[in-house]
Design a protein around this ligand. Sequence first.
Ligand code: MN
Length: 293
Amino acid sequence: MTAENSGIERIESRTAQIGGGISVDRVLPVRQRRRIGAWCFLDHAGPARFEPGEGMLVEAHPHIGLQTFTWLIEGEALHRDSLGNEQVLRPGQVNLMTAGIGISHTEESLPDQRVLHAAQLWIALPPGKQEIPPAFDHYPDLPRWSEAGVDFTLLAGSHAGHTAPTRVHTPLVGMDLQSPTDASLRLALEPGFEHGLLVLEGSAQVDGQRFATNELAYLPKGHAELALSAEAGSRLLLIGGEPPTDDITIWWNFVGSKAAIAQAQRDWEAGSARFGSVRGYENRRLVAPPVPW
Ligand code: MN
């Protein structure tokens, strides 16, 4: 395929604010694309440098119908949730929280950390799995290998004979590619998946088109490979999955039917036991806005 007919779409991130006054680059959802496979949210945070007393703090908030997936590149982040988990996330590790029927959590940078670089994604649970019990998993060791001068870390799914341990509920892939030197390779893709390749640092060429930091190359289903060139010092994030056919709504921190989301909004605002509480954050909770329908 040539660049003209390959169907590659350029998606530019927008700036959003998260707790603690931290700016992030929000890649999903954007106007022209809500999801890539089951991946329905993608924030690229940092690399940010903090002065003493500054940092990220996202106070207690609920989720339903999704998994939160945090990939830590630099710095450290602390996760706490209503199941009682407290987990420090370090570079090269993934935290995966399955909200299912309902959970609440907090996220913060540690007081002695002066830097944060991370990607946070959400994975929509498929119909029939949206009300599973909540769970939390920490993955300190993920499959890693090098090819053509590029260091690969498999974050979810399978690639090139490797399989990640990450507990997901739909066919999908997530992969980090780091290129210490200028590198070119042909990257095999699952042709039944749509894919997005986000430049986290540096720049890359995808089938001959250049993408800068915080730009995402979207490839529709049907690509069995792509020609990739990454400049020295680049870091890329590949996500993919089967194009969704369901009709779920994504609103605030919730995924599901409009009725399920409206119920979750009421339950959170009423302080329902459904979402439990995060120890130390009983009175430091984000307020759910009114549902717009
Ligand atoms: Mn969250």
